[in-house]
Design a protein around this ligand. Structure first.
Ligand code: HAM
Length: 433
């Protein structure tokens, strides 16, 4: 039997070029997040199944969770999201942690999804959360931070951040439509799925839930109204929260990209206030680039403490698609900028000494693992993308010299061994690299 070379469906192999992109994206994100004084944390890949059964939401738990029984008969799940782990960790040290708690993480997460553009079974997700502090200032902070990440990539003119409020939706569902909270939760699922399932299935779902024609048409009127019309017709805490949040975001210079979107519900059950998602305006990328919101009761699941939080998850798959679509990725440098040749095995000591000297100066230097003639070695240097090749033989060594070949300029010069680092430095500076 021959083994398949393909990775498991919905997962990716990260070849060096993919790894370079991933590292570059995460380093840029990390710099922005740490600029806002967030600290990095991490947790285990496996958590007890119940951690997600409590609040993560039906779709993920019933259809997407990877779970297993361990050898001690414990039902465990591979994390599909990070927020429950965060809540558990914060609850376990809640009294010791200075408030507000500002934490971030880059977990890999698993969901049994139908793989498609922007959706895989394993993805990485930057998680940024703040717990404690004034709710609306915190909501505005995480949204501004997320915007700054996109701005750092040069992509701010291509995105819109769609914002809604669960408290306002609860008011609509219970006070305006007169439904119970239980039916209300199911209505939010139908709203969430509407674009995916189509109008007919959506209408049937609502009538199956017992909404009469009048309730359905009031719901439709609500979706058609502008935010100002809704604010006038349905004053409530959720609306006030949105008004203040929009004002804060405008002050931060994020107002232009932010739009009110009453259809943003979020699939996860723990959100209680502001909810948001960011989308690429290009039709090539239809999946959300990040999503999140405010959750008031998550930490309380672990005892009777009350600590509310807000945060988002930003996925690596949709972010890379976004950066590729808008040509925002840089060129990545080759593994080595300098290739030190090895004409004969007896010269290994000298070749290594030159290479190590250059590494000490901060250059990335490759040495071959086989002794070969000049021609073969030059070809290797070119294949590996090195800018410089250093060649030498008995004659050069006897005179304390090396041959420096600048492969980008197709120039060659004789340089004394002691000056080689300085000479390469001058040439790199001269070409702006
Ligand atoms: P989420 O909306 O499920 O939220 O995921 C957040 C982001 O992760 C999505 O917008 C998308 O970029 C990415 N993502 C999710 N699932 C996949 C997938 N199967 N393949 C590729 N990318 C994916 C959460 O997970 C919340 N826990 C976020 C949060 C943090 N809320 C508060 N704090």
């Amino acid at each position: 039997m021959t083994l398949s070379m393909q990775p498991y469906k919905g997962t990716r192999d990260f070849f060096p070029h993919d790894m370079a992109i991933q590292k570059w994206m995460f380093n840029r994100m990390r710099a922005v997040v740490e600029g806002y004084a967030y600290q990095e944390y991490d947790g285990p890949m496996l958590e007890p199944f119940e951690l997600y059964a409590a609040k993560t939401g039906e779709e993920i738990v019933n259809q997407q969770l990877y779970w297993l029984m361990d050898r001690g008969e414990r039902k465990m799940a591979i994390r599909p999201e990070m927020t429950p782990t965060l809540a558990r960790m914060v609850a376990s040290k809640s009294h010791e942690l200075p408030r507000p708690i500002r934490w971030y993480s880059f977990p890999n997460l698993w969901r049994y999804e139908r793989p498609q553009r922007g959706r895989l079974r394993e993805h990485w997700q930057l998680n940024v959360d703040v717990l404690g502090g004034d709710a609306l200032l915190a909501d505005a902070e995480v949204l501004t931070l997320a915007f700054d990440i996109i701005k750092g990539f040069g992509g701010e003119s291509h995105v819109s951040i769609r914002v809604n409020n669960r408290r306002m939706m609860d008011h609509l569902i219970t006070a305006t439509l007169g439904l119970t909270a239980e039916v209300g939760l199911k209505v939010t699922k139908a709203i969430d799925a509407r674009a995916k399932i189509g109008e007919e299935a959506y209408a049937k779902w609502l009538s199956d839930l017992g909404l009469n024609a009048e309730q359905r048409s009031r719901l439709e009127d609500f979706f058609k109204a502008s935010f100002e019309e809704t604010a006038r017709a349905m004053p409530c805490q959720g609306v006030e929260e949105l008004q203040s949040l929009f004002a804060f975001l405008k002050e931060s210079g994020v107002g232009e990209q932010v739009v009110f979107d009453p259809t943003i519900m979020r699939g996860l059950d723990y959100y209680t206030g502001t909810v948001f998602e960011m989308y690429d305006n290009s039709p090539d990328n239809r999946r959300a680039m990040f999503g999140g919101g405010r959750y008031d009761n998550l930490v309380g699941l672990f005892g009777n403490q009350k600590l509310s939080g807000v945060g988002f998850g930003m996925g690596d798959v949709s972010m890379r698609n976004f950066l590729e679509t808008h040509k925002l990725l840089p060129e990545f440098p080759p593994a080595a900028e300098i290739f030190v040749s090895l004409p004969k095995v007896e010269f290994r000591g000298q070749a290594e000494a030159v290479a190590r000297e250059l590494r000490g100066l901060g250059f990335r230097v490759m040495t071959p693992l086989t002794a070969e003639g000049f021609g073969v070695q030059l070809k290797q240097a070119v294949r590996h993308g090195s800018r410089f090749a250093i060649l030498f033989g008995e004659t050069e060594l006897a005179q304390g010299n090396l041959i420096l070949k600048d492969l980008a300029k197709n120039e060659q010069s004789i340089v004394s061994i002691g000056d080689i680092g300085k000479e390469i430095g001058v040439r790199l500076k001269g070409s702006g690299t």
